[in-house]
Design a protein around this ligand. Structure first.
Ligand SMILES: *Cc1c(COP(=O)(O)O)cnc(C)c1O
Length: 392
């Protein structure tokens, strides 16, 4: 079924489900089966050789998991998509499947903590050089790409200060250098941003966040050209970071409401960012939807919505952060983001807990910074909650 003529809200409900399931089931059945039986040995042989459709073993493929993979493939308008047990499994499998000793990677300083760790600790062990550039210094990134590299790894918006990279510009530079571009689209989701359309080769997702949407499930996904995704799939088959069918079902269910939720997350985050930017106790607000944000013009060009995550600094320091967060009612003080419930926390205890205060300062992460993942609650209630809490 070709979904290109239809909108994403329709695709997120129907993609991967355009045929009737066993017994006429309205929802995708959870195939909790490790292996798949054949009546005929010749049929089994042909399926195992890939000459006819059919599943063999769930580490490789599974019918429930395939429904999810088809959904994200359609939403990202990609040739192929595969899933993983977690977002980090998607990222590490992609990097280790596509790179080899002697290769060079160009990326940014602000990538997700786990991804940074692969760049700084694990790839160098395999004699793969990694150059991390200032995240918004497009000239520096282009210069490093032009020196020669095999893979360019991007993320936009970034965590926790929502920096914006011009994906089209950097993907073009990578193409000229013959490098593959990978972009983490977790913060934006396919509702807010289409990296493949901007020239990126592979999109990766932590579906643990907005795609699953309810913070009850870990999952990773990648999308892109058949040849590239196929290489990662072959690595995943033996690496074993496959997704469980029950987990796949949770993400399928979450993705049916993706457009509805993301519209609400966008709307709430915009209202809250605007409110906070006018509050006397707030020092600085980081949200790409605000005109004052350094990446606003690029974000306006390459995003359809500005996302559900914002961050802000308070006048004062960590004591003020504690006072505010302890005063708030409609928030879980927890890591992670992209849930229906509002989540907030200081990078000091979440994403950047392993760094020293000095290292955080170098990354522009102040001790009074709070990351706020706006849920889908009523915006007036969330703002009312902040209003009361900001009276310390
Ligand atoms: C959470 C996150 C990841 C890692 O995903 P897991 O599902 O937790 O493994 C990767 N990238 C970004 C941007 C994230 O927010």
């Amino acid at each position: 079924m070709d979904f290109t003529r239809y909108k994403k809200g329709t695709a997120s409900v129907w993609a991967g489900e355009m045929y009737s399931f066993s017994e006429g089931s309205h929802t995708p059945p959870i195939y909790n089966s490790v292996t798949f039986a054949y009546d005929d040995l010749d049929e089994w042989y042909e399926a195992a050789r890939g000459n006819r459709p059919g599943h063999i073993y769930s580490r490789n493929t599974n019918p429930t998991v395939q429904v999810l993979e088809e959904k994200i493939r359609v939403l990202e308008n990609a040739e192929a998509a595969i899933s993983f047990a977690t977002g980090m499994a998607a990222i590490s499998n992609t990097l280790f499947a596509l790179l080899k000793p002697g290769d060079r990677v160009v990326s940014i300083k602000d990538s997700y903590g786990g991804t940074s760790k692969i760049f700084l600790e694990y790839l160098p062990k395999f004699n793969i050089e990694v150059q991390l550039c200032e995240t918004t210094d497009h000239e520096e990134i282009e210069r490093e790409i032009a020196k020669g590299c095999q893979l360019v790894y991007l993320e936009s918006p970034t965590n926790p200060t929502l920096k914006i990279i011009d994906l089209k510009r950097i993907a073009l530079a990578a193409k000229k250098a013959g490098a593959v571009t990978v972009a983490d689209n977790t913060f934006a989701t396919p509702i807010n941003q289409d990296p493949l359309e901007l020239g990126v080769d592979i999109v990766v997702h932590s579906a643990t966040k907005f795609l699953g949407g309810h913070s009850d499930t870990l999952c990773g996904l990648i999308c892109g050209k058949k040849e590239l995704v196929g290489r990662v799939f072959q690595f995943r088959e033996i690496n074993g970071a496959s997704l469980h069918p029950e987990t796949a079902y949770n993400v399928i269910r979450g993705m049916k409401t993706l457009e509805l939720r993301v519209e609400r997350h966008n709307d709430n985050a915009m209202k809250i960012a605007t409110y906070l930017s006018r509050h006397p106790k707030v020092d600085e607000v980081f949200y790409p939807g605000l005109e004052s944000h350094h990446g606003h013009e690029i974000a306006k060009r390459q995003m359809y919505g500005f996302g559900g995550i914002l961050s802000f600094t308070l006048k004062g320091g960590y004591e003020e952060v504690k006072a505010l967060l302890h005063n708030m009612k409609f928030v879980h003080l927890a890591a992670s983001l992209g849930s229906v419930n509002t989540l907030a926390g200081p990078p000091r205890t979440t994403s950047h807990v392993e760094l020293t205060e000095e290292q955080r300062r170098q990354l522009g992460i102040s001790e009074s910074l709070i990351r706020y993942s706006a849920g889908i609650e009523n915006a007036e209630d969330l703002i009312g909650d902040l209003e009361k809490a900001l009276t310390f």
